[in-house]
Design a protein around this ligand. Sequence first.
Ligand SMILES: [Zn+2]
Length: 534
Amino acid sequence: MKARVFTNGDFWVTGRDVRRRDSLAALDGRIIRIGDYDECLDAFPRGMKPDVIDLEGKTVLPGFTDSHIHLLSFGLTLQDIPLADVNSIEAVKARIRARAAEMPEGRWILGRGWDQEVFAEKRYLTRKDLDEASGGRPVFLTRACGHIAVASTRALEIAGITRDAQDPPGGAIDRDAYGDPTGILRESALELVRSHIPPASRELMEHLLKQAMEHALSKGITTAHTNDGQAGFPGTMDLYRKVQEQGVPLRVYWDIPVEFMQDLFKTPLRTGDGDDYFRIGAIKLFADGSLGGRTAALEEPYSDDPGNRGILVTPEQELREQVYLAHTHGMQVAVHAIGDRAARVSLEAISSAQSRLPVNHIRHRLVHVQILSPHIMSEMRRAKVVADIQPKFISTDMRWALERVGPTRMRSSYSWRTMRRAGIPLAGGSDCPVEPLDPLLGIYCAVTRKDVEGNPPLGFFPNEKLTLDEAVRLFTMGGAYGAHEEHRKGSLVPGKLCDFVALSEDIASVSPDDIKDLEVVLTVVGGEIAYRKT
Ligand SMILES: [Zn+2]
């Protein structure tokens, strides 16, 4: 039996209005008492002497849940060229040259995170840009959104993408004035190239996943709702289990890609099955693309691209069938829906499944839910759908969101406060590797609606800011609720798992602008120290 008292902390119990406590007692990984030091010492059976850990006055929050993350993808990106900080095409070329110099001929050069909006040249990359720097190697660089990529001429050749190639369903191959591919691929067209990239070996995946999971713990994440499938089914699950067995105690709720739905149905596993470290999560479905790439499905055309309403990446009827199938098999669904048309179509699919077979409290989710309307919000509430939001997106999207959708639609977009007031349950995530893995950055964006440089000074559409309490809830109770785990996680009360995070300073006393600079100094999972800042 493992008995612990964590003392001299400043425990945030359910919010800052509630009396804060200085000690917590845990037995075998669960909280048995929270209160003052003597009360906590008395909480154990007679004769049992707990280990005492001094928290040195630090502020303690419940362990963070990231409600939408791709941990294995993030791990795999650790070997890619990072391009998120690059602001010119010339600089992209320089990084390709440097990587090419250290890699054998013929090997693929992969990169991720570029964004033409920040390039000095103000244009998309082309295959010719990549060819100039890569010495004939295949190169494949994914845009920040993950829905668009650019391939070098060699990579296009390997994939058989010539001027005669047809656009695949739900995707597009960009072409120049002569009809030749420019190298830019959109949505499902990425797969044409990706399917030719040799996969990482299992050993490499395991090694990179371990790094990713340790990184998550160092950022205060104690539960990750992760959506990955690179190691197949059930291989991806085995991979997470294997890293956990190596002593990495990050709790995982695995959102399963829809292509494994039939394989899953051959097993008895359903949403919620598992143990306190690994549970089966939702079936992850896709309704549309990204707003940055103008592939998010809108009801009306893009304000900066008349005639384009974006892409429903799964045809409406097929999405309905997928949702119904998952629903009738006892699976939660999590549908990627960024545009208002995607949100409407997804909600209709959920409502139709519910009317054919009503299931209470299944808590289906819509992921991202950026462009909305008052009507969609009331439908979400009626359908009891959880909104899985990524506050950090605002700092990236504010640069062009208004141009994309115009002022009228903008008023009901990224409308976190309105959603909260409308009674829609909210959960917070990062969508890492799309955005950095850092819940404190998410909380900062939720309360300030500013980018990391602190702009705009009053925040972007500041009426939609969340309070600090609400923002912390997103990354604690919000995620727990979205996984039916609110009785196990999300707050520091007796009976729940002893998962918490200690911060470098008091989050309630620092200015909201400084929340992004706070550091996690200690992460505790199941009463054990999982990370300590050295
Ligand atoms: Zn995602």
